[in-house]
Write a protein that binds this ligand. Structure first.
Ligand code: NAG
Ligand code: NAG
Ligand code: NAG
Length: 344
């Protein structure tokens, strides 16, 4: 009996001790400075992008949208930190910083220096404007907004318009870059049909088939981009898939007074203020500017090819494409495709 009542008294005492300061604290908080704090913690920062992906061309510009706002709206603007970073599409690509802006101060990084800036056209505008795009700028761009209390982000994918072509040497020598899976897939959708497997930028080996046939895995397999998976770089040899995008300059067939061997072809382009076109440049001109010529001509790698956008009789197969005569001996006589740099 005694023990029971003592416990009850102790419990009542404990409740009194803790409940009184608590109610005082709450009271004070609502009517004093605390009021503002409660209001601010109810404000939410939002960040989003109007587009999940942006398409552009090399040498051109791109704007990656990103905007932030508060809910409910703030009466006065707050200083935020905006950070753009980039995750390249290539294998082993690491997230790298592009630009960091705090108020009016801004810092850009690495190859992005002098090519990027924050747009800031309206309150909350954090779009990234990029100029002089390079072939290897593709990938995921991450827009992160930090305002001290909150940290929100969104991302935009940068893709370049271009053309994928199969090749058997290094892409870089041909004014191009190893294609990504997305680029190969896009070309497959546009009809690329190639029976030889080739490397992609992610280290896998794949081949695009639009018309299933016996030597390419048979009729039983559905059309698609077929993968051999990841292969060992030094133990297996395949072609490569190169990606080339638009040119600052022009590819043209040089009408010769007579047919030329490879050395004469190089001289003819030089005398015209140009150089012999690379394979990637010819593909880009065929795909992006509709270059069409039924004349076979030398290219810089010693191959002989010609681009057809309007298939017709005596100009090869019935589908558009860049036709190849392979690598004839250099003393053979042909025309030549030249490339003249410039912005026209
Ligand atoms: C890219 O942007 C720069 C600077 O804003 C401008 O001078 C240039 O004309 C733009 N280029 C293209 C291809 O729109
Ligand atoms: C991208 O390409 C440019 C020139 O084409 C080169 O200078 C740069 O190092 C490349 N960047 C990366 C990350 O590979
Ligand atoms: C091309 O022809 C010229 C003569 O016009 C000759 O000097 C040169 O060796 C030839 N080059 C090749 C690769 O056959």
């Amino acid at each position: 009996m005694m023990i029971c009542c003592l416990q009850t008294l102790l419990l009542l005492g404990a409740q009194l001790v803790f409940s009184i300061p608590n109610s005082f604290f709450y009271h004070d908080f609502l009517n004093g400075n605390g009021n503002k704090e409660i209001h601010f913690s109810g404000v939410k920062l939002h960040v989003d992008s109007a587009q999940p992906s942006v398409f552009a061309v090399t040498g051109g510009n791109a704007t990656m949208p990103c905007r932030f706002w508060y809910e409910p709206e703030l009466s006065s603007p707050r200083d935020v930190r905006v950070k753009w970073s980039w995750l390249p599409t290539a294998a082993g690509g690491q997230e790298t910083d592009v630009l960091v802006t705090i108020g009016s101060r801004s810092k850009t990084f690495g190859d992005f220096r002098g090519r990027v800036q924050l747009r800031q056209d309206f309150p909350g505008d954090a779009a990234l404007v990029m100029t002089k795009l390079l072939l290897n700028d593709t990938g995921r761009y991450h827009c992160e907004v930090v305002d001290g209390l909150e940290d929100k982000s969104t991302s935009v994918y940068l893709e370049l318009q271009g053309v994928v072509f199969p090749y058997h040497r290094a892409c870089e020598e041909q004014g191009s870059i190893l294609a990504t899976f997305t680029q190969l897939f896009q070309s497959w959708k546009e009809g690329l049909n190639w029976c030889n497997a080739g490397w992609l930028a992610d280290g896998t080996v794949q081949y695009p088939i639009t018309q299933p046939r016996v030597p390419c895995g048979g009729h039983g397999l559905a059309p698609g981009v077929r993968s051999y998976g990841r292969r060992h770089l030094h133990l297996h040899r395949y072609d490569v898939f190169c990606f080339s995008s638009s040119l600052r300059g022009k590819v043209y067939y040089l009408k010769p007074s007579h047919k030329m061997n490879l050395t004469e072809a190089q001289q003819a382009c030089q005398e015209d203020g140009a150089e012999v076109a690379k394979v990637g440049q010819l593909y880009a001109a065929w795909k992006l500017t509709g270059l069409d010529s039924c004349d076979a001509g030398w290219l810089a790698d010693g191959s002989v090819r010609y681009p057809i956008t309007r298939p017709r009789r005596n100009c090869g197969p019935s589908e558009p494409g860049v036709r190849s005569f392979g690598f004839p001996p250099p003393q053979h006589k042909h025309g030549v495709y030249c490339y003249k740099a410039g912005d026209e």
